[in-house]
Each structure stands twice: as C-alpha cells, then as structure tokens.
Design a protein around this ligand. Structure first.
Ligand code: ASP
Length: 351
C-alpha cells in the first residue's frame, strides 16, 4: 500500500470520471499518503477485516507451509465463524427478526477462477466450508435456505443451534423495543426506519509468493434482518471478487450499498485499469456516497448513515483497507508482522 496517488497519470485520473475537484484531490492525496506505509512486494499477504487478526495469522501460517491460498483464507475465517464471542459471524451471530440465525458466505479461488456461495443458511457453524463444498462438488455457484441446508447435511455437516445466550438476549432487547425499528419501508421514505444495527462480517483475502490469490467472506448479515434477506457477503462481485491476474477484494459493512455498486468487482476492475488498491477502493467508496440519495439513508449533511469497508490486494502484493468514515482498521499479515492498520477513508467525520 505504498502507492502515491499523484503518480497515477493526471489525465487518466480525470478520464476515469473520478470527478474530484482540485482541492478535493489535493486533500485526499495528502490524506492517502499520510496513511500509507512502505510496500512489501514479493511477499505473501493475508488481509482481513478488523475482527480478523487471528484469521490473518492462521492464513499466513498455512500459506508459508505451502497450503493453497483458498484453504488458508477459509481456515482463518473458520476461527471467527466458530467463536461465539464474535456476534457478526457464524456461531453466536446475531439472528434475524424472528430470532433465527441465518448465515451467508462465499469463497473464490483465484488459480482456477472458481467460486462457491451459500445464503440464508441455518444451523451450520461454518458456511464458508459449505460454500467451498458447493464450489467443489456441484455445477452450481450459489445455494440458499432449505436447499443449502439439505446439501450441507448430505455432504456431512452437522446441524447445531447457532443462537447463543448473548445473541438471544440482544435479539430480545431489540424485539421488545420495536416501534419504527423494522425493515419495512412506509409510503413516506423519510419516516421509514433505518437504524444503525450492530454490524460485522469477516473477509479474508490471501496472496502467496507464486502470485496466487483467493478470498472468503462470511457473515450472519444485518442484525435483526427480515428473514430471507441476503446481503453482499455471499454475492460474488459484491462481498468478494478475485481475479488471479489482477487482485482480490472483499467487503464488510452495509451490504445493500455494496451490492448496488458491485463493490468488490469494481475495486478489482479499477486495479485492472491501473489504480493502486487504496485509490481503487476510494473511488468505489466515493461513488457509493454519491449514489446514496434516499433520505432515510442520509445524515443531516448528506453523508451516508452507514459505513462500507473494502480490503484489497493487487498482483504485486500491495494492499489497502478503506472505509467511508475515518477510524476504520483492517488486519494484515505481510509475511513478517501481523497488525491492525488504519484504513484510508472518504470522510473525516460522520456529521
Ligand atoms: N455486509 C454484511 C451484510 O450486509 C453486514 C456487515 O458487514 O456488517 O450482510
């Protein structure tokens, strides 16, 4: 993540339609360079959301022992999926509005350009492993709900109750305070409920010394969602995209905005057209801000009420994390150190 955005040819920069004013460009260039660190080219990389330090550690251990990049990413994500204390992923995840945990996940394997995904899956702790089974054992890519559960059981997964006591209590508190806090929009958009819910997801993307890339994203989705709601996490191109010739990107945060922007795929396409990871991410985050016009999603001064995070690696092993709002972090293991780093951002504050 060493790129200097000013090294991106100026004419091309404007041709890409980023439409930044000169002042905005200078300000964001200063902000980016202040946040960037030296490059670590040629080294393996495991990058993850801020809840993924244990994931990047595990993934790097496996990459160094010669494991496949996808197996490494999934093994990292499994630690968080199985952890009851992470209430945004897998076992212990916050449930839907009826108190039922529904999980989404996807995987993408760079070297073979294959992917698998599962959505609205109940009773299985590790949806990322189910996604990999779908990729390896079927002609399908995405399976959902009852059919996905039936498939998972047929290939050997055990059904378990995923609702932990803290998650049940959190749901009960939400349920007993219901008034406008549901997801149904009324006739008047402005008065429809959009409340900040506890959010979280894990994404982990991996890069090895051979230059292979893979990624995995897993979540319990938006807390207290309408049953059947699916976010960006299991959608290839939204919550994850890997192109072994270019780079990989995953996302966490408000999934509807990530789906609408084809977020991770667009970040990878930006990298294909020459942008470094942080510039590629900031471009998509700015577009999300510009294209968010529904009043229920906006703060008083027109900034989004939600946040979105992207985590990207390019084919040179350069990486970055980015969020709409300042203060975001991401986990990265660069082959030597495993650290939480500051994400680049679009807005200094959420006012
Ligand atoms: N992206 C997830 C979703 O929309 C939630 C999150 O990351 O907080 O389902």
């Amino acid at each position: 993540m060493n790129s200097n955005p000013t090294s991106f040819p100026r004419r091309k920069f404007f041709q890409t339609g980023l439409a930044l004013g000169a002042a905005g460009l200078a300000a964001s260039a200063a902000r980016i360079s202040a946040q960037e660190k030296a490059p670590l080219k040629g080294r393996p990389v495991a990058i993850s959301s801020a809840n993924g330090l244990r994931a990047t550690d595990k993934a790097m251990e496996l990459i160094k022992s010669g494991a496949d990049t996808l197996d490494a990413a999934i093994a990292g994500v499994n630690i968080v999926e199985e952890d009851p204390n992470d209430m945004s992923v897998g076992y212990g995840g916050l449930p839907n509005e009826r108190g039922v945990v529904e999980l989404d996940a996807c995987v993408m394997h760079g070297p073979t350009y294959r992917a698998g995904a599962v959505a609205a899956l109940q009773n299985i702790k590790t949806p990322s492993k189910v996604a990999k089974e779908i990729m390896e054992r079927t002609n399908h890519l995405l399976m959902v709900g009852a059919g996905a559960l039936e498939f998972a059981k047929l290939v050997g997964f055990k059904e378990e109750n995923l609702l932990t006591e803290p998650a049940r209590e959190a749901w009960l508190k939400w349920r007993s305070n219901l008034n406008k806090e549901d997801n149904w929009l009324g006739d008047d958009d402005r008065h429809a409920g959009f409340f900040e819910r506890p959010t979280g997801t894990i994404n982990c993307c991996t890069f090895n010394e051979k230059g292979d890339l893979s990624g995995c994203t897993s979540t319990s989705g938006l807390a207290f969602k309408i049953p059947g709601r699916v976010g960006d996490s299991p959608i290839i191109g939204a919550g994850l995209y890997v192109d072994n010739a270019v780079g990989a990107c995953g996302s966490t945060g408000f999934g509807e905005a990530v789906i609408l922007s084809s977020g991770s795929r667009t970040v990878v396409e930006n990298m294909r057209h020459g942008m470094k990871p942080e510039t590629a991410i900031l471009d998509v985050l700015r577009r999300i801000c510009e294209q968010t016009v529904a009043k229920r999603l906006l703060r008083a001064r027109g900034k989004p009420k939600f946040d979105v995070n992207f985590y990207a690696i390019n084919k040179a092993g350069e990486y970055a994390g980015g969020a709409i709002y300042k203060g975001g972090k991401y986990a990265v293991h660069d082959g030597t150190k495993n650290l939480l780093r500051d994400s680049v951002y679009v807005h200094d504050d959420a006012k």
